[in-house]
Ligand binder design. Sequence first.
Ligand code: SF4
Length: 295
Amino acid sequence: MNLKIIKRIIREAKEMDTFAISINGGEPTLHPNFWEILKYIDKLGMEIVLTTNGSTISEKELKKFQNLKNFSCIRFSLDSLNKEFYEWFRGRKGFFEKVIKNIKTATKFNYQVNILTTITRLNLNEIEKIFSFAEKNKVNAVNFFPMVPVGRGKLNENLVLSKKEFRKFLIKIVEIKKNSSTTKLLTDHPLIALLDINLSRSLRICPAGIISISITPTGEVFPCPYFPISCGNILKESLKKIWNNNTLLNKLRDDNFLSEKCKVCKFKDSCRGGCRALAFIEFGDINYEDPLCWL
Ligand code: SF4
């Protein structure tokens, strides 16, 4: 997608009172207009959240974010603290040390630094270790999220957590949330309600299609990066038109479209049926309950 189109999308987002733009990849720092894009978002006064694998950026470039008034947060993808596993999982060798170094450097520049970890069957047992690493290195927050069978996850469905493993994952999350101190744990899965209703009341609802959307490099608009249904293409329609008129987005905002099971569930107000993307991937229908719900 060229810079002219990207700037047009950013302008449209601003006109719709968007307060933050999250730039993800692939690896966004490799885009030929990366800095122009950041400066343009900054100029229009929206917060910038950057997700990077941390392997391509230099210390000098990390420092440059200080020049952006609205640079809000840098999020590093880190799936393991085991070098061999990390490089196997990422499919590239030789940059594990650089990523670790960049995480530590970013915290020294006093940015809001977050670690994002995709959880699979193979690193489920690393959750506590990664969280301890974050605390020790003054990382502001960690977000663990289970691999979803879409994109790369679809090619590795055998790594996706089973219902039993997912429950074990959430038990760990609740435990860490209760004991964490300076580093925040951002994992806010709706099904936490099943383990701790009080904890779930303080969490955010799933933002997909309600307060956020995802736009791909080809202009397709999705409710979230995991949702395999396009709501339209930004190269053919305005963002505003897609946001206001798309049937799927409007369905996601309406509680009446929950399954019969969810409508009468005592956790309905906290959970709202769980993840709509997973419901669609598993059952081909967004009205179903989250397939990971163990009720
Ligand atoms: S039945 Fe539905 S609302 Fe209740 S916990 Fe399961 S997914 Fe959530």
